[in-house]
Design a protein around this ligand. Sequence first.
Ligand SMILES: Cc1cc2nc3c(=O)[nH]c(=O)nc-3n(C[C@H](O)[C@H](O)[C@H](O)COP(=O)(O)OP(=O)(O)OC[C@H]3O[C@@H](n4cnc5c(N)ncnc54)[C@H](O)[C@@H]3O)c2cc1C
Length: 411
Amino acid sequence: MARVLVAGGGPAGLAAAVTAARRGSETFLIERYGFLGGMATAGLVNPFMGWHAAGKPLVAGIFQEMLALMAAARGYGCEREPAAFDPEVFKLVADQLCQQSKVQVLFHTLVTHAEVEGPTIKHVHTESKSGGEEWTAEVYVDCTGDADLAFLAGVPCDEGREGDGLTQPMTLNFRMAGVDIDRMPPRDEINRLFDRAKAEGRVTCPRENVLWFHTLNPGVVHFNTTRVTGLSATSAADLTAAEFEARQQAHELARFLVSDVPGFERAYLQQSGAQIGVRESRRIRGHYALTGEDVLEGRKFPDGIARSNYPIDIHSPTGAGTVIRSVPEGDYYEIPYRCLLPRGIDNLLIAGRCISSTHEAQASLRIMPTCFAMGEAAGLAAAMAADRGVPPVEVAPEELRQVLREQGQIV
Ligand SMILES: Cc1cc2nc3c(=O)[nH]c(=O)nc-3n(C[C@H](O)[C@H](O)[C@H](O)COP(=O)(O)OP(=O)(O)OC[C@H]3O[C@@H](n4cnc5c(N)ncnc54)[C@H](O)[C@@H]3O)c2cc1C
């Protein structure tokens, strides 16, 4: 049986592994944490950002399957925040999808090294409590978000925006529990109180306003408000500094909410992400790099394998401010299969926020529904290539699109 190895079990990796396994490949999914979901769970990111244009869905397939399973487990959707989900239910449903599809998941295992011969990855090395292990597959799929495997295999990568290489800020998401939600003031008033606390030096977070969402849990409010700039998510030293800084900001914000904002008098900081949220790190250089113009013009491609209309949403890499530029109303753009194919390595596919794109396009394609869609396409292409003993570049895009459609995906 042909083997596919997927590195990283976030939205893209989960969809890739389930799809490859269902297509008949022996599929391994290597994940560094003890649960799946990536930013959706470890990063405590919520809710799912938009996946509809003109009232019609742009993403279906495994993503819709996850939504249905989470809804059945009372872990998706609520009146106040229709696209919110419960991260604990996400973890459970992701386990079940993998187990039912016979994905061989290995948790607590980090991909650390790639052995490369010419344009081919021969083996991938991992480290875990079991020690070092070596893995061999026909096709590898990098869904680490940070393009770790591609980078280790020598694929050229970029990080951040052109010119200064700065990435979007990192954010530690956190939740306040014990909130009297009915007494919460409107968003504008919360922002006015936030500005006052900043002017008085009680809040040091550089964000321009308070970004918050309702959750499925009574009295629990989700905050996507901390902001750490100027640090790289591919440096352990920078990540450490970012965690220190963001935790400080989260507790400062919690104190502000309790002391200044009606409804929070008896609230407390209930939970923060297991790790700081990373919006952007490495992007691989592939056969095509999706651009900001492609996104804003709603460009379609003959090898389009995923659709989105999420705007270019750039949280300032240097301080306050968020730039949003929209796709034309009712329209969408496509992500070409070529963005998943790295330069220089033949038996590797990339899916998720680290595909081949510019900083601007990445600021749109990075949302979770789109990552699911890319993962599904990468998993299918990996299984088709592995089964036929050909490199993924030889999988015909028309056939890939046709099979994706048969699987229920929208392409
Ligand atoms: C603060 C913040 C807010 C956001 N807000 C939203 C939002 O509201 N809605 C929305 O839809 N999207 C949002 N996003 C974007 C979205 O969450 C991510 O872009 C998306 O989860 C990326 O999916 P992915 O599968 O590419 O990578 P990730 O979710 O990053 O998953 C990567 C996985 O790979 C694993 N991994 C990494 N390296 C290794 C390794 N070397 N070995 C083994 N495993 C490894 C990780 O543990 C992780 O499980 C937000 C992101 C952030 C950071």
